[in-house]
Design a protein around this ligand. Sequence first.
Ligand code: GDP
Ligand code: MN
Length: 400
Amino acid sequence: MKVHEYQARALLADAGLPVPPGAMVQTVDDAVAKAGELLESGCGRVVIKAQVHAGGRGKAGFVKLVNTTAEVRDAAKFMLSNRMVSAQTPPEGLVVKRLLVAAAVDIAAEYYLAITVDRGRATNTLIASAEGGVEIEAVAERTPEAIHKMPLHPLMGLQPHQARSLAFALGFKGKQTGQAVKIMLALSRLFIETDASLAEINPLIVTPPTDDAPDGRVMAIDAKFNFDDNALFRHKRIAEMFDPSEENPAELRAKNFGLSYISLDGNIGCLVNGAGLAMSTMDIIKLHGGEPANFLDVGGSASDEAVAEAFRIILADDVQAVLVNIFGGIMQCDKIARAIIAAAKEVGFTVPLVVRLEGTNVAEARRILDESRAEIPVMVVATDFADAAKKVCAAASVTA
Ligand code: GDP
Ligand code: MN
């Protein structure tokens, strides 16, 4: 699960990391009011930031530094009435419903700091760079030596000596070093405590020197977290941060029926049971020259309603053919056949529907499908996996 920057900032602040004050708002008037408060309290500038589950906001014009409430109004109006398009959004962009209004800070240097799961090394890894900011992907590509990676102990996380050596490698000076070490250790603790899969601060900044802080201050001014969905049951506060409006509507609809749905780029809709069968179904479709448009996993216990909803979701993707590939283990094939027929009748199919069933009571299932052929003329019953893939690929390429 992803959260918004304002929520990530709250988690950081509660864990003791220095984060400039700010608040989330949903209207232009609230943005102006909040910015007014911040400006009155003595911060010279405020920053208005679109809150969407995608980065690249700075370059897209959705992070704006402003000095007056009139400028706040313009910036907030612009962001709430335009879709944000960046390298990390779909081409049509994202609607912005929430803004963060925060105290802006002066920046002397920008760093990158993140903890994520490195599956290659099978361990959590801290990633840091002195070249943080908006171009970290380019830095990683052009000058990979500028990115430091530190594998972490799975239970103990980042150790103080590791944090210190990283702080030196990043070039922190004087009092900055202690602050950076504290931030890294706190981020590591937070990562473990919250069952995060990504905790990223970009940029981590150092402010210019002042009389009371001659080495400047180290602070987090942007943050991004991803959490392990399977661990959310033990993190009520984080689970409550879920924002359904940021999710793919079809995936959300599927989730509400206990189905898992993944949208892809091709033109063959796939209804399967089990993630393993989903993967092998994708593979065999590709092997026969087709491209899956999606896959919908109905899991182990698909009710008639869930199967009907599954078909509706699949068909909403503008597919040229649909493959139902189900192995009846605990779930019996005859029951599935009946659910498919009921759902197909209810939903109304206009594209070819290839059905391949295998497993418990399959003979009875085939008989049921055969009997319904007249009622569902687009239905083709396949004899086995390869036959199903060939038939659905042929059907999709004819209608495509
Ligand atoms: P992103 O582009 O979506 O990652 O959004 P960020 O919050 O990281 O902002 C992008 C860039 O805007 C940062 O790298 C900074 O250079 C700049 N920026 C953001 N907040 C501030 C601020 O408070 N003060 C200054 N001077 N620059 C800021
Ligand atoms: Mn950023």
